[in-house]
Design a protein around this ligand. Sequence first.
Ligand code: AMP
Length: 390
Amino acid sequence: MSAVARLLTGGQTPIVCRTLKELSAVRRAADAIVLQQQGRLARVGFVPTMGALHSGHLSLIECAKQGKLNDPSTTFVAKPADLIFSSIFVNPTQFAPTEDLSTYPRTFETDMEALTARGCHVVFAPTAAEMYTPHSPFRSFVTLTGIDASSPEGAARPGFFRGVATVVTKLLNIVQPTDSYFGQKDGIQCIVVRTLARDLNLPGRIHIGSTVREADGLAMSSRNVYLSAAQRKAAPVIYRALEEARETIRQQGITIAGSRTESLSTANSPADAERAAQLAAQSNGGAASQAPGSALEPSKPLSPQLSAVAQRVREVIASEAEFSAVQYVSFSDGATGQPIADMRESTARHGAVLLSVAAKIGSTRLLDNIVLQGAPNDLGWPAGCPAYEL
Ligand code: AMP
């Protein structure tokens, strides 16, 4: 029996692939074996990570295994995966020179134990050279219009989303998953991934699992190990501030925008011609040539209501002396990730708005977010949104 066939019987240590060649051989074998056994191609669930795994990552492995998201309020369309692939790759292109690339926690042995216990089958753990310079120089990067400069996270970390979009594009092309799983913990990243998968017809569907938290509400993160005992004690104030904001907005009873359903224009229709012209302008002129009112319009000052909510979030976090700065409190359209000034501007399903915070505690930067309006973890698109469907 081949190594891949043995994996399907369960309980085995995952196969570790260090090269693209090894990974693609395993991926092809997976299809061949499932085809032989069940007369169809393999359903591969994929969970990309940077390692230093915690229960947040592992919940996504569980989602892939069960074909069920860890949020009962979402309607979920995936079937349980035949094989679960994960990747452990600390992606250098998403780190700025001033960031923690060299010190980012690396815990491969314990990660492997956790992945084995959760039933992961294949781990892709390439070197940076394998991913970026097999035929150097590496020159192709993926960017999303309007995200790098105009989302607060993009502005705070120039080049970050370009690095994420590039590595996710590469990983989805390499692994060819049926379904991929990302965590809402990185809310704008989820929107970026979903958008690029749809725009570039990347393989598989994109699913978002809800944020897994410690008992006191702190969002789990590989970087939480950087926190001192005092910082760790103070850190959950971020989630408390977000929850208070959710409650304020709920009590104020904001009328949400009608949900706008995205429709695919038919070829040669007036809408198609208009879209083609828009795309041509966009690719020639970039964001600067966007029509007013489009998704890429620069953000306006927050409405008085959202401004008061943001101010209160800042105050609640700043009440913990361990925090040195609240870098941003932002409201984004749950569908596009673009900053919005008013709840009614959301174009997402159920008017979903992502309320995100980045705050510095010592030298550690903590991120968290919640979804306002709609289902608790609904980032404004149907669960299991197809990236590419045959
Ligand atoms: P990372 O290793 O930080 O790049 O994260 C890999 C994946 O795990 C990403 O899709 C993250 O959004 C997701 N993730 C990280 N932390 C959590 C968490 N606390 N809950 C759910 N998903 C998470």
